[in-house]
Design a binder for this molecule. Sequence first.
Ligand SMILES: N[C@@H](CCC(=O)N[C@@H](CS)C(=O)NCC(=O)O)C(=O)O
Length: 211
Amino acid sequence: MSMTLYVGSKRYSSWSLRPYLALAHTGAPHETKTIILDQPTTKAEILAVSPTGRVPVLHHNGLVLWDSLAICEYLNEQFPEAQLWPADGVQRARARSISAEMHSGFAALRRDMSMDILASKPGKGHTPEALADARRVQTIWREALAESKGPFLFGAFSIADAMFAPVTTRFITYGVDLDATLRAYVDAVQSLPAFLEWKRDAQGEPELPNH
Ligand SMILES: N[C@@H](CCC(=O)N[C@@H](CS)C(=O)NCC(=O)O)C(=O)O
């Protein structure tokens, strides 16, 4: 069974980080291949493996799957024992709802506080629109954590945490204020072994001035 996840530069590719964390959580054997973004050859390299010309893309036994959330859903179906969604139906519905909101929304947060997990830019990107997005994210987290008691949004790690993982790095990079509960959640995500591996790999990648 051969499974390869193609990702973009780990320092910057927020969409790639999401299925990377979900895949790591399954414990399934796999390979990750990184395509450095913003190079003259980047588009051709991505198009050679992904029909959309975007990463992440998963290759599994001849099947080619793209888009972060669809890849996470596929992993959940392939590896049910990993419980990538909460077991409880109501919690699962909520987890899917906030994951979809993350996937389709928060444009200002993504634009003004783009992911750069190695950088520290406190106070930058604090536009009214990005801060409004940040407040909405914090409400989502606060409500989920109040019910689950943590350490992750629905207690155990789920796809919802994978979907919000890039936001945890943005809040750190751009110095967004967090109360103790939210800070503990950010720390839980940032302490995941797979996240630490991702960050370590990012340190060996070239800095991209346009990000
Ligand atoms: N909706 C897609 C977004 C994928 C995406 O925008 N990927 C960026 C990297 S984070 C990309 O491939 N950029 C390369 C390019 O456009 O050349 C998903 O959820 O996977």
